[in-house]
Design a protein around this ligand. Structure first.
Ligand SMILES: O=C(O)Cc1cc(O)ccc1O
Ligand SMILES: [Fe+2]
Length: 464
């Protein structure tokens, strides 16, 4: 797998992985390349350089501390100075303020963007839709989407701002990282931690999808509470790459670093994927969403969507997420005499939704694979008129029903997102979104003027 004379630096043979979430992993592409007894020997095996990448402060408590040691042909520092990228990108944001975005309580929905006709790689295909907070202050998030049709060439990307959680909706991503390779298909998700360099290749053709970037924290598995020790996403289904390296010469190789929402570039003459061995718990990983084990209502009422949390990025407030990644996978609906689709609601958290395939249970029309919606803090939303009418028409005797061929997801945050100006002005904005609820009729049956039922039921039970 070492590509001494490889014509392309990121060829993909069958990809191997290690499994687990939050483990302390190790991997070596050459036996003996990993120092056994210490992290920083005076001279490392095979003359490699030892380099640490810290994903948490040195002094973070042990259970939160994340770092890895990389043993590489040349250290990452061997490059020319970083310079602002020319031409600049301009569609990425990580400081959300009046100059680049605005807040609106209205319900927003976007149609899927078309794959561009001109050649465009993952970096140039990325654009920020909305977000909150600041990457400088290490608290906040950005939601980007991307549409790309060509592999990145002689360049690698990394975000100094935050972790990328990528949800491809169309087209496989073949990702090379400093830790090894990952193939990520629609229906899977991948996390590329802050600072980790990666290349996205598209050998199968165009790709489109969503990215949640989180500032100042990392994703973890949700607690399971009364569910018990099993269920939802299982740690062993998370896959981490094995070491792979490229020691070839790559004149003019460009490192593109997202930093404060802007892109900087630095030139070097080698590939950043020159890590022969590594160990640690700060790693990229992928997860196949079809492995998710959903728990849900088995008698009455619609459960809150938090029951379907795959990964959560916490804030310092217990139970309050900077960003939850929640899915709505195929599953059985069995609740009796219950309105089974999502309820009408207003939420102190803000909800950004995307659709990977199929239809979404709350929307009969208009929410399309590759599209998106945003319902911000306390913005009312819920099933559209068609869904309401069709559901209530089924009556109380509806039997078990399997929601099949669908995969929607939600990024839910306690911060109120500001929407980037261009996203508000986008030709893909669905200006008629509100119409999907306008037809909801009153079904109130009590007619004024007729005899009223005065047997009121108020909190306190009458004393007998
Ligand atoms: O708004 C949405 O469609 C997401 C959602 C789904 C659900 O099952 C319950 C609440 C909720 O916000
Ligand atoms: Fe909602």
């Amino acid at each position: 797998m070492k590509s001494k004379n490889a014509s392309r630096s990121h060829e993909f043979p069958a990809v191997e992985y290690q499994s687990g979430f939050g483990n302390h992993f190790y991997s070596e592409a050459i036996a003996g390349a990993l120092p056994r007894d210490q992290n920083s020997p005076l001279v490392c095996p095979y003359g490699l350089y030892a380099e640490q990448i810290s994903g948490t402060s040195f002094t973070s408590p042990r259970k939160l501390n994340q770092r890895s040691w990389l043993y590489r042909v040349k250290p990452s520092v061997t490059h020319e100075p970083f310079k602002p990228r020319v031409p600049s990108h301009g569609k990425l944001v990580s400081e959300f303020n009046e100059s680049n975005s605005s807040a609106t309580p209205t319900q927003l929905r976007w149609k899927p963007v078309e794959i561009p006709e001109v050649p465009i790689d993952f970096i140039d295909g990325l654009y920020t839709v909305c977000g909150a907070g600041s990457s400088y202050l290490r608290h906040g998030f950005a939601i980007h989407m991307y549409a790309a049709n060509k592999s990145m060439d002689n360049c690698a990307l990394c975000s100094a701002d935050g972790d990328f959680l990528i949800v491809p909706q169309e087209g496989r991503l073949w990702i090379t990282t400093e830790f090894g390779k990952l193939q990520v298909s629609p229906g899977e998700t991948v996390v590329l931690p802050q600072g980790v360099r990666f290349v996205v290749d598209l050998p199968d053709g165009p790709s489109r999808g969503y990215v949640a970037e989180i500032f100042g924290t990392h994703f973890q598995l949700p607690d399971l509470g009364p569910i018990g020790a099993n269920g939802l996403a299982s740690p062993r289904d998370f896959l981490v790459p094995v070491a792979w390296f490229d020691q070839g010469s790559h004149p003019g190789y460009v490192i593109v670093q997202k930093f404060g929402g802007e892109l900087f570039t630095a030139k070097q003459d080698f590939s950043p994927f020159n890590v022969v061995a590594w160990h640690g718990n700060y790693v990229p990983y992928k997860y196949d969403l079809s492995k998710f084990c959903p728990y849900n209502t088995v008698l009455i009422d619609h459960g809150d969507p938090s029951i379907n949390t795959v990964l959560t990025a916490p804030t310092d407030k217990l139970g309050v997420a900077l960003l939850d990644f929640v899915i709505f996978p195929p599953r059985w609906l069995v609740a009796e005499h219950t309105f089974r689709p999502p309820y009408y609601h207003r939420n102190c958290m803000s909800e950004f939704m995307g659709l990977i395939y199929g239809g979404y249970e709350a929307k009969a029309d208009g929410f399309l694979p590759g599209g998106a919606s945003l319902h911000s803090c306390m913005t009312p939303h819920g099933p559209d008129t068609k869904t309401y009418e069709a559901t209530t028409a089924l009556g109380n005797e509806a039997g078990p029903h399997r929601i099949a061929n669908t995969l929607a997801f939600m990024f839910e945050s306690c911060l109120i997102p500001r929407v980037c100006q261009w996203a508000l002005e986008s030709p893909y904005m669905d200006h008629d979104y509100y119409q999907c609820w306008i037809g909801l009729k009153s079904h109130f049956t009590c007619e004024l003027g007729k005899e009223q039922n005065l047997d009121l039921h108020n909190g306190l039970e009458e004393k007998k």
